[in-house]
Structure formats: structure tokens, C-alpha cells
Design a protein around this ligand. Structure first.
Ligand SMILES: [Ca+2]
Ligand SMILES: [Ca+2]
Ligand SMILES: [Ca+2]
Ligand SMILES: [Ca+2]
Length: 266
């Protein structure tokens, strides 16, 4: 009997040690998963992948979307608020399509905006506070910081379809009008924009003779499409994007290419 009691109590001690060990292991595992798990505030980028199908016929850049290049392409919404208050469909609604060939990336944007304004007549004055389409491109999907370099571009295309503004390494605004050909047509409150875009890589140098890259099937780029909506204010009222950004300061695209969508050329 004594032997049996001894045996039972030592088994109980062993069992208790085992459960302590398991508890500690679980705690360790929990701690590890806390340190290695994806940041809870990060965006699941796989939900926002864009695709563009190659075209054999470049679209005519005229603000009319009848071109073959747009047929069979997917519409993507511009519906993630980066700046400003909630808005109505009458205030802003936007969507876009992409296409490409070896020489250019093509973009079709359809925007409903109740008021189109260009109150800053000078191209280098507060260009982001007029209605404009902002096209973000990161040729190698490097996801780098690009505020004052050309590791990625943040092209602001003005309502005049001519002025294309981004900041240069000298921290000043520059015109990149020869990178993008644009045209638009407005019917009622809806504007159809078309763009033919030259894609430049990280080696771009302001003032030098730069060559756009040749585009290839299965290439992946960083790409993001935003609209600056101003209707009647000194500063833009809304800034709306093709991808969400988490955290307080969502206006990251002009500085940080890691927030862009992924674009796959098919
Ligand atoms: Ca067209
Ligand atoms: Ca509006
Ligand atoms: Ca890059
Ligand atoms: Ca507007």
C-alpha cells in the first residue's frame, strides 16, 4: 500500500511538471507568434492586385473609351479615402482600367465629380489642391521611399491634361509632361480620361536623356491610382485611392511606394 501511495504521488509530481512545461512552452509559442505575426494594422495586399491584358492596338488618347484596348479589361474602383471626410456618390465616384503594350502603359479613368475646378493656375502652385488624377508608378515594385528621388513616380495630371507634376531630387516640383499623354471628355458630371504612360525605372535622372523601359508579359509593377477632389475649397476636400492605407496618416503614396497596389501585366 505504502509503495502504491509513493508511486501515485511521484506520478502526480511528474504529471504536474509535464503540465507546467507544456504551459511554459505554450507561453513561449504565444510570445513568439506575437513577435513574428503580421502587423494587425497592415493591409492584405493580395486583395488589391491589379491586372492589365496586353493590347495589339494602342488606344486613341481622346477621352472616348470605345477602343479595343479597353475591351475585356477589369474595372477597378477608386474608393479608399486617404484624406478628407466621407463623401457621397454625387460628390465623387471613380473607377479605372489598365492595358499595355511593349512601349506604354495605358490607363482609362472614369470619374463622376460634381464640380471640376482648377483654381491654382500656375502648375507649380499647390497642384494637389485642384481636381487632378494622381498616378503612382514604381517600375520594379521596389516599394522604396521616393519623396525626393525617382525610385517611384507620383504624377499629378492636371485638368488641362497637359501638366504632369512630381517632386524631383532637388525637392522642387517638376513637369514630366512628356511621360504621359492625356485627354479627357466630360458629359454631365462624368469625365472619361485616357492616358498613355511611359514607364521609367530607378535610373531616371532629371534633365538627362532617359529611355522608358520596354514592358514584358508577367512583369510586376507597383501602381496606385488616386483622385484629388476639390469642389469649392482652398485645399482639396478628398483624396481617394485604389488601395486602403491603415493608421492615422493615410496620405503615404507621395512618399512611400510600399503602399501601392501590385500590377501584373498579362
Ligand atoms: Ca480612346
Ligand atoms: Ca466632388
Ligand atoms: Ca522603384
Ligand atoms: Ca471636384
Amino acid at each position: 500500500m505504502k509503495k502504491l501511495i509513493l508511486l501515485l504521488s511521484s506520478s502526480l509530481i511528474l504529471l504536474s511538471c509535464e503540465s507546467k512545461k507544456t504551459e511554459t512552452e505554450q507561453n513561449n509559442t504565444a510570445m513568439n507568434s506575437t513577435t513574428t505575426a503580421a502587423k494587425p494594422d497592415s493591409v492584405n495586399k493580395s486583395l488589391y492586385i491589379l491586372t492589365a491584358i496586353v493590347t495589339t492596338q494602342a488606344p486613341k488618347i481622346d477621352g472616348d473609351s470605345a477602343d479595343n484596348a479597353w475591351k475585356g479589361q477589369t474595372w477597378y474602383p477608386i474608393n479608399h479615402l486617404w484624406l478628407g471626410k466621407d463623401y457621397t456618390k454625387e460628390d465623387f465616384e471613380g473607377r479605372f482600367k489598365l492595358s499595355w503594350d511593349a512601349n506604354k502603359l495605358y490607363l482609362l479613368v472614369e470619374v463622376t465629380d460634381d464640380s471640376l475646378i482648377d483654381i491654382h493656375q500656375k502648375w507649380d502652385s499647390s497642384w494637389w489642391n485642384d481636381d487632378c488624377v494622381e498616378i503612382f508608378i514604381d517600375e520594379d515594385k521596389g516599394g522604396d521611399l521616393h519623396q525626393f528621388n525617382h525610385k517611384a513616380f507620383a504624377y499629378h495630371v492636371a485638368l488641362n491634361c497637359k501638366d504632369v507634376v512630381d517632386l524631383g531630387p532637388d525637392q522642387k516640383p517638376h513637369l514630366y509632361n512628356n511621360h504621359i499623354k492625356a485627354a479627357k471628355k466630360t458629359k454631365g458630371k462624368t469625365t472619361v480620361w485616357e492616358f498613355a504612360i511611359d514607364v521609367y525605372n530607378d535610373t531616371y535622372v532629371d534633365g538627362k536623356d532617359n529611355k522608358p523601359v520596354k514592358l514584358l508579359k508577367d512583369k510586376k509593377l507597383g501602381f496606385c491610382l488616386n483622385y484629388c477632389d476639390n469642389d469649392k475649397s482652398a485645399e482639396r476636400e478628398n483624396f481617394i485611392s485604389s488601395i486602403p492605407v491603415v493608421g492615422e496618416d493615410k496620405d503615404q503614396g507621395w512618399k512611400d511606394a510600399s503602399v501601392f497596389n501590385e500590377l501584373i501585366l498579362k
